[in-house]
Design a protein. Structure first.
Ligand code: NAP
Length: 218
């Protein structure tokens, strides 16, 4: 029987590539989106949900509980970026960043830990997760992504039966926000790397993207 995976933010840039990669391996893919579902197939099923509040995330979990109870794998890929000049950032802005980046990860993961045969969770960071840097426009986003790293490491130690890892993607081709001198990579290559990480039985690791070795020309 094929394994079930939930991918949040599955209709976005990286999400679409992840859905295609796992569907190709015959996973049952539960693909979350807010408004723009992709094509429904024998092994890709679209589940709509709004993660902008704690209550609407809970509604998503309750509405789709029957399907979600099958999940062995979870990729917490939803994580929108909001640009704000650092000098203007308020406490309310920081709360909004944590509400978007961290709260759905906590509530969705805990729901599946309690109700599904969950084996592995992968959280998605960003290019500079784990680095101490100054940010002029994405301070709240960077703080919340770093909180995900702490959460991942802590849960890996607290739940020995489930693998928790964090993967930090590079900037993605066609992304709306691209830092200067970004290392830009096709989402399909990033999805391939994530697929290989999910196949391992490791826990508590922070993985970064590295380019695949160049193939020798004939
Ligand atoms: N893009 C990059 O260059 C980059 C670089 C490093 C890390 N990352 C990280 O990689 C992950 C994927 O990024 P991405 O750029 O591929 O994402 P994206 O293209 O912006 O995708 C957004 C996804 O979130 C969904 N969504 C939007 N608002 C929502 C809401 N209120 N509630 C629930 N779902 C909502 C969208 O659904 P609809 O389509 O239905 O609206 C879509 O599936 C994120 O965690 C991001 O932080 C991205």
């Amino acid at each position: 029987m094929s394994e079930t995976i939930l991918i949040t933010g599955a209709s976005g840039l990286l999400g679409r590539a992840l859905v295609a990669r796992f569907a190709q391996e015959d996973f049952q893919v539960l693909a979350h989106c807010r408004l723009r579902p992709g094509k429904e197939t024998d092994n890709v099923h679209w589940l709509a949900g709004d993660f902008s509040t704690v209550e609407s995330t809970a509604d998503f979990l309750i509405e789709h509980e029957k399907k979600l109870k099958e999940c062995r794998y979870l990729i917490n890929n939803y994580g929108p970026i909001i640009l704000r000049p650092t000098v203007d950032v308020t406490g309310k802005d920081l709360l909004a960043d944590f509400l978007q980046q961290v709260v759905p990860v906590v509530d969705i993961s805990r729901f599946l830990i309690a109700r599904a045969p969950l084996q592995a969770v992968l959280n998605i960071g960003f290019e500079y997760t784990g680095e101490i840097r100054a940010y002029k426009k994405i301070l709240g986003y960077a703080m919340a992504k770093n909180a995900l790293l702490l959460l991942t490491r802590s849960w890996a130690a607290s739940y020995p039966g489930v693998c928790f890892n964090l993967f930090s993607p590079p900037s993605l081709e066609k992304a709306e926000v691209l830092p200067k001198q970004a290392h830009i990579v096709a989402p399909e290559l990033v999805a391939e790397r994530i697929f290989r990480i999910m196949a391992r039985c490791s826990s508590g690791f922070h993985y970064r993207y590295t380019d695949p070795p160049a193939t020798a020309k004939n």
